[in-house]
Write a protein that binds this ligand. Sequence first.
Ligand code: ZN
Length: 383
Amino acid sequence: MVIQDGRIDQIGPATRIDNLISARGARVIEAEGRVVMPGFVDSHTHLVCGPPRLDDYEKRIGGASYQQIAAEGGGIQWTMNAVRKTRAADLEVQARRTLSHMARCGTTTVEAKSGYGYDARAELRLLSVAAALRDGDVEVVPTYLGAHVVPPNFKGTPDEFVDTVGKRFVPRVASLGVARFADVYCDVGAFTLQQARRYLLEAKASGFQLKVHANQFSNIGAVQLATALGAFSADHLEHAGEAEIRALAESDTVATLLPGSVFHLGLTKYAPARALIEGGAAVALATDFNPGSSPTWSMPMILSLACTQMRMTPAEAIVAATFNGACALGMQAKIGSLEVGKWADFLMLEVPDYREIPYHFGGNLVAMTVKRGRTIARQMESE
Ligand SMILES: [Zn+2]
């Protein structure tokens, strides 16, 4: 590749590139015997999220379920309280630390959801932290997750909460232009299909593009809601069946799979990746980084889970973690693959064969991460 002003100017065999005028005098990055591939696009994270949920973790090891822990005051509610007590500056420091871990594992673009605020003001505080992170090395794409969990002041009256969010919060967040996407958690224990639909319709009317947390713990029709409304992605899908696979295959909605949360919750039912791919759906992979169900920043670990637990091939997993992730964010014209005109977001790995990336699970083979032509992480002695 020849890289100029952060973009890929030329790409091809070394013999051709070496002879180009534009290559003369260029700084050379020697990559002989190493995999070079597009940077990971982590298209589903809860990046700004406060402290880890270690008590939940131990309770779950002891046998409590995600839902039981939530009912006892743990879970998302616990994080909402913790986030409320944390200064914005400290939330930003925590998120920057996570981003630097992500960069070392090869991530060059990250979607970041709000969703831990009680009201529009608290949500805007989280979105402004996400917006502040945009000046960093890793590109951050903020999403307004306005309907994540019913806050305590609306306990027992979720419809009232959805009305308030739809009529007041959504237009306010939209008018500030701090998030491109709106997302909803549509599942048992979160928002019903009818509530999710009302929220998404308001979000769409306010100019948001849509994403849906769908079919994580049950099948209440969230996938069909996402595809009917033209959502960019339906995420999770552990409980998606044949009808859901067909709906996704017939739509432009990306099926974003999050095997990290299945693994960390100690569950065994992964999303039906093979059936989705063979049925014709576009599958993306993401970390779902969050303090409760998937506290990992490692896309290589997600690739290992995708290959070993969901039987995706290494090549399918890499496409899902790069180009299809970019599609889930509507950014495929700029990132997600190494092509002339796109941003030079790429990785160099210490290995000669890409299949080693998922094969050596739990490790990190990324030697160098480059974002828009600039090295943002490096774990090698020399170039
Ligand atoms: Zn999520």
